[in-house]
Design a binder for this molecule. Sequence first.
Ligand code: NAD
Length: 496
Amino acid sequence: MKVVGHFINGETCIPEGRLQDVFNPSTGQAEKQVLLASEFTVKDAITVAQSAFSAWRNTPVNKRAQVMFRFKALLEEHADTIIELIGQEHGKIAHDAAGELQRGIENVEYACGAPQLLKGEHSKNVGPGIDAWSEFQPLGVVAGITPFNFPAMVPLWMFPLAIACGNTFILKPSERAPSCAIYLASLLKQAGLPDGVFNVVNGDKVAVDTLLCDERINAVSFVGSTPVAEYIYATANQNGKRCQALGGAKNHAIVMPDADVDNAVNQLLGAAFGSSGERCMALSVVVAVGDKIADQLVDKLQTAMLDLKVGAFDNPENDFGPLISKAHQNKVEGHITHAGQQGAAIVVDGRGTSVADHEQGFYVGATLIDRVTPDMDSYKEEIFGPVLQVLRVESMQAAMALINAHEYGNGTCIFTRDGEAARYFSDHIEVGMVGINVPLPVPVAYHSFGGWKRSLFGDLHAYGPDGVRFYTKRKTITQRWPSSGVREGVSFSFPS
Ligand code: NAD
């Protein structure tokens, strides 16, 4: 069976070590194995990245950007290979994987602007003959730890910008979808990146803990589930590292009585069931304002869901694919069962879905649950599957109160024709990314991505302008060149 190893110092390496099966979720079969890095291997990668730092930091920023321009071209040229790797290990259908890759490439495009992004700030004559400026210097070796659900895009949120800013990087991808990162590393080498600047170690908690505890790692970007994000943030902080840790979500859509119901239904279908709901921005809860619109929504959703196609990643006719693992399939089905036991109405039931010729695949069909209440476990927890739940309230204020009370605050959306209501909503809702008639308000690469509350630990959001700040430290220089013959006397008061 093929073994997926690491990429260290410009080459793939497969040392002896612990192995874990990598499944093709569409077939349910283990088709590869991934090496789980030892502490020794991770420390070796850190040593390599540290050695590469000095030369890379001193490489002119336009030269670093040129590597990113070539990398972008290679990503486009080899898109089909990346899409195939995502499909094999994640189960994402090609059209969806292509979208993921495109959003990742946009982050490379942003990193191509590094000369502009790192220009700094300058003030002349802040005092007599004194100039001051701030510049943004790289941190050194930084690490990224990423989840299974975006094997290309989430790593691309991190390393292109970090590298363009002059850092060297160690990526620890999800052990459930490990191949894509290795392939991205090989393209970056082809683009002309010097060896050692970008390294990939595959692995599990052993690798993560080594990165968190090694004093040579200066900053950690994490994306994954909230309990792990919280652990990463606390441990990185204890070890004196800068950290941004993005966690889980429960994204609500409010549907107002004046909304265009057919449009809302179309948008909700894609946002709830696309990628099997395994997106941190998936809309998994609809809050309908008033029973009239709730009844219309449930009725139309139920009818439209009959046409959804779930199946293997390599059939482009499918709308969405399998879940990541058998254990996750069981967990999602358990949530549906539990919601029913707690009194919700299961309107469309995706449990027990079987796909012809792929009976062992980890499939759950699109599921619609009505009359959900805030005390139900299926409402409180992130399900991360193709399950859309409907809550009914009497007013927009009640809908907003629900969202604001939830522990997560990643994304949200309001469907309405009322501009005043939409403006009030976006101003007062306690969520980091807000859509107005836009169901998946994932910020474009030149803004930054991040939730509020327990969806993000840290101050700076991912990529975009916050990414530049995260991967650099500010230095402010105040300069005077005394002219000959003019010398100041001694002063003991604070300069003013
Ligand atoms: P996960 O938390 O299980 O794993 C993420 C990473 O952490 C992986 O690299 C994994 O190897 C590592 N890890 C797992 N357990 C660990 C532990 N105990 N100690 C140290 N490291 C550990 O997440 P996942 O299942 O791969 O991804 C799905 C989750 O990610 C969902 O909760 C989803 O909402 C979230 N997510 C969030 C965003 C966002 O931007 N906020 C984006 C994508 C996914």
